[in-house]
Design a protein around this ligand. Structure first.
Ligand code: BES
Ligand code: MN
Ligand code: MN
Length: 462
């Protein structure tokens, strides 16, 4: 296995160039203007899996964007690893804040990535991390060290809620049969301190619409005499948190799993500097739910955030107007045991109940999913930890993440297997933000670490 390092060294230019080619295709799933690019990306992923050594690869049509499925079955009696990833990316906007165009990848050095990082939308989330698995397979096939069967399922709708993936998984349980699911779509603490994500938050995403008068009005002639939907929406949103930053929706916390003091003490051992955290974001202070520290607020606690709010006049200069409508997109991050559909109902009931006379309120649920926690005594976790320990020189720390990959809970329900989240991104990689990037160190380290996961998983499964 020592030769993986040598193989990566020998082929790293090509590995980087191949990823750059993939990043040039703007596979934005949220915007139909890019639909041909999303489809083209699925073709590129298919070709890469064939080249890397899969025996069988197909593009599976779905009601939405296609899912790329590939496999290499060496012996049905050996374990099977199912790799999941996504080839779609978030929209690049606000485009003017990128220091180089989002779909023209370039390598730049940063303080955290002195070896350089690839800047492009999707570099870290998730094309770069997904492609590490393709290159790891290439290595195992070339060196004849693939120790078990492998299946790939790479989707194109993760960033918009994975609707078709649920549909696909329900219909293909036999084809997707596996012993462990392996995903690189999360992060780690730092390049010196690897971590394994043991929890993901659930999600409920809704859009709200507040309607006042039947048309936009002159704010002098009507101002003060009718409800202004934007004023009302702002007030309604503000009321969703109390002075301790607890969420005020009745029943919201009913099923929230409370961690023991021991578990919280364990969490606090992970290296974290509040000063560095604030400095990286140019903040004079952090903010959040009373009674919890930053690393708890963003992982084991549920939250409610406005993701976008609009209405009225936002163009240049001033226009005196009371808008007919105001809108907001709101996400709630949920923790284990909170059912996302139930939370969506609680939100809808509460939000419509607090609307004052003079407006009407509509709540349109978008998508959501359940949270996830995985034990650290499974063979999969142990194998991942052994792999990280070998390539980083220190064991990995288990960490609960604040992000969501809703499909992971569904995998467990439908396919009855555990997911191991081997992420190689950093929080500072700016996923979903302008100037997303992925460290060259992280990319190559991922390719080195993945084959070791296979090796140890098979050894521990015996
Ligand atoms: N890869 C992310 C999720 C993530 C990132 C988890 C970092 C943990 C650490 C994924 O692509 C994502 O963005 N998920 C969405 C949810 C989805 C339903 C749109 C999210 O978390 O906002
Ligand atoms: Mn992702
Ligand atoms: Mn994402």
């Amino acid at each position: 296995m020592d030769t993986i390092k040598a193989y990566v060294q020998e082929h790293k230019e090509r590995f980087i160039n191949e990823l750059i080619e993939l990043l040039k295709i703007p596979s934005v799933s949220a915007d139909t203007a890019y639909s041909q690019d999303v489809i083209d990306t699925s073709e590129a992923v298919k070709a890469s899996l064939e080249k890397a050594g899969c025996d069988f690869v197909e593009i599976c049509d779905t009601p939405g964007y296609p899912i790329v499925y590939g496999e290499k079955i060496i012996d049905p009696n050996l374990p099977t690893v199912l790799v999941y990833g996504h080839y779609d990316v978030q929209p690049p906007d606000p485009i003017e804040l990128w220091t180089s165009p989002p779909f023209e990848p370039v390598i730049k050095k940063t303080e955290i990535h002195p070896e350089g990082a690839i800047f492009a939308r999707g570099a870290c989330d998730d094309k770069g991390q997904m492609y590490m698995h393709v290159k790891a397979l290439e290595y195992m096939v070339q060196s004849n060290t693939l120790p078990c069967n492998v299946k790939f399922m790479i989707e194109g709708e993760e960033e918009v809620g994975s609707k078709s993936l649920g549909w696909f998984v329900e219909r293909n349980q036999e084809k997707l049969k596996n012993d462990v699911i392996l995903i690189s779509d999360t992060g780690m603490i730092s390049n010196q301190q690897p971590s394994i994500t043991t929890g993901l938050r659930g999600l409920s995403y809704v859009e709200v619409e507040v309607t006042g008068p039947n048309r936009d009005l002159h704010s002098g002639l009507y101002g003060g005499a009718v409800a202004n939907p934007i004023n009302v929406l702002a007030k309604m949103i503000a009321s969703l948190h109390d002075e301790n930053n607890h969420i005020t929706i009745p029943g919201f916390y009913d099923n929230v799993e409370e961690l023991s003091l021991e578990e919280r003490a364990e969490m606090a051992k992970a290296p974290f500097s509040l000063e560095k955290y604030k400095k990286a974001l140019d903040l004079n202070d952090v903010y959040g739910e009373k009674g919890y520290v930053t690393n708890e607020r963003n992982s084991i606690r549920p939250t409610l955030d406005v993701n976008g709010i609009w209405g009225g006049y936002t163009g240049e200069g001033a226009k005196t107007v009371i808008a007919s409508k105001a809108f907001a997109k709101i996400s709630m991050r949920l923790v284990p045991n909170q059912d996302w559909e139930h939370i969506t109902e609680l939100f809808t009931k509460h939000f419509t109940s607090i609307a004052p006379a003079g407006v009407t309120v509509k709540v349109n649920p978008h998508h959501g999913g359940q949270g996830y926690v995985t034990p650290i005594d499974s063979i999969g976790y142990k194998a991942a930890n052994m792999a990280y320990t070998e390539t980083f020189g220190v064991p990995a720390i288990p960490v609960r993440s604040g992000g969501s990959i809703p499909i992971v809970a569904l995998f467990e329900k439908e396919l009855k297997s555990k997911t191991i989240l081997m992420g190689f991104g950093l929080d500072s990689d700016a996923i979903h933000s302008p100037n997303e990037h992925f460290g060259i160190f992280n990319y190559l380290k991922g390719i080195e670490t993945i084959p070791l996961f296979y090796k140890y998983f098979v050894e521990l499964s015996k």
